[in-house]
Ligand binder design. Structure first.
Ligand SMILES: Nc1nc2c(ncn2[C@@H]2O[C@H](COP(=O)(O)OP(=O)(O)OP(=O)(O)O)[C@@H](O)[C@H]2O)c(=O)[nH]1
Ligand SMILES: [Mg+2]
Ligand SMILES: [Zn+2]
Length: 316
């Protein structure tokens, strides 16, 4: 493969995926000074990784249980990065082949072809490995699904920390605390990341449909009457219809519309309402204060509110 980086320099990949130039490297002693960070080709905000070209979404079939709406949210987030999406369903050893078949058909109707794996039994790990070769892949998924266990199985002698899923909710314990990048034995890079249960979507209402393979399929076959159709109750819509995740689409659409309203109120000081966070994702609209002095102050508070909202979704 042709390297896009100048050969006279020592380019390498750092922990967060940045490509850097190193002066006088001592590869065996693991020393050298970073003199330059190359421009990033792709960048993820959460987890913070630069230059990845594939997302490996790991979900557990059981313990923690597979929740379709949560899986949808992760899939949309993954699709919104524009990277290739690879879906692995782990802990196959905990459910019957019949139940697996049912899930397979269901996800197929969503437009995905998951690889059923079991880190415990070594099932389909070779298949997963071939899909990781020569790519820089970021692992994502909720806590406790087995991301670190999978990396341990793929890379011998690594011994990443893993932990039991615990409690009534069968949640993981956020065992992995930071992002780390590993080299695969057959080539390719893989980044372990801390699990998070509720990634925040940041697409606009107009962009949302393009993150659903089912909607794309429908749009390839027919057109909506209106070019700015949001596919909810407009007449002659090609997307609305009898597909399983259409219901998810409508819920995420509402979320995207609310987020857009919030953002436009923030950036438009003439808006007559402002959003005030009430914590735990609830929000309330309040009349805007007219004085300029107050207006400046309230905008600052809004930013804090928003940061708190993000933090809450991170802690979920
Ligand atoms: N039954 C079964 N258990 C598994 C399998 N893979 C992993 N586990 C168990 O699942 C638990 C969580 O695994 P981890 O690898 O720590 O999960 P993680 O996704 O890295 O979790 P965080 O670091 O918290 O995000 C551990 O007790 C593993 O032993 C599997 O294929 N089958
Ligand atoms: Mg982990
Ligand atoms: Zn439409």
């Amino acid at each position: 493969m042709h390297s896009p980086y100048p050969p006279e320099k020592n380019w390498t990949a750092s922990d967060g995926g940045d490509r850097v130039a190193i002066a006088e490297p001592d590869w065996t002693g693991g020393r050298g000074a970073i003199t330059e960070v190359l421009p990033r080709q792709t960048q993820l905000d959460r987890p913070p990784i630069a230059n990845a070209n594939q997302i490996l979404l790991v979900f557990a079939l059981f313990n923690p249980p597979l929740e379709p709406y949560q899986l949808s949210r992760f899939l949309l987030k993954a699709e919104s990065t524009g990277m290739d999406v690879l879906l692995c369903l782990n802990k196959s050893d905990l459910i019957t082949p019949e139940a697996q078949q049912e899930i397979k058909e269901r996800l197929c109707s969503w437009g995905y072809e998951p690889i059923f794996i079991s880190v415990k039994n070594g099932l389909n790990l070779d298949l997963a490995l071939t899909r990781l070769q020569n790519k820089m892949t970021v692992i994502a998924g909720a806590s406790g699904v087995g991301k670190s266990s999978l990396i341990n199985a793929l890379i011998p002698n690594l011994n990443l920390r893993v932990a039991e899923v615990s409690g009534k909710l069968a949640r993981g314990r956020h065992t992995t605390r930071h992002v780390e990048l590993f080299e695969l034995p057959e080539g390719g890079l893989l980044a372990d990341t801390p699990g998070f249960n509720q990634p925040d979507l940041d697409c606009t209402p107009q962009e949302l449909a393009y993150l659903f393979p089912e909607a794309l399929q429908r749009l390839a076959e027919a057109q909506c009457q209106f070019s700015d159709c949001l596919h909810s109750d407009e007449p002659n819509c090609a997307v609305r219809g009898d597909w399983e995740r259409y219901e998810h689409y409508l819920m995420f659409l509402e979320e995207a519309i609310n987020r857009q309203a919030r953002l436009s109120q923030q950036s438009d000081p003439e808006a007559t309402l402002k959003v005030k966070s009430k914590g735990k994702g609830k929000s309330q609209y309040e009349p805007k204060l007219e004085s300029k002095k107050y207006r400046q102050k309230s905008r600052r508070t809004q930013l804090q509110d928003l940061q708190e909202l993000y933090r809450e979704s991170e802690e979920d």
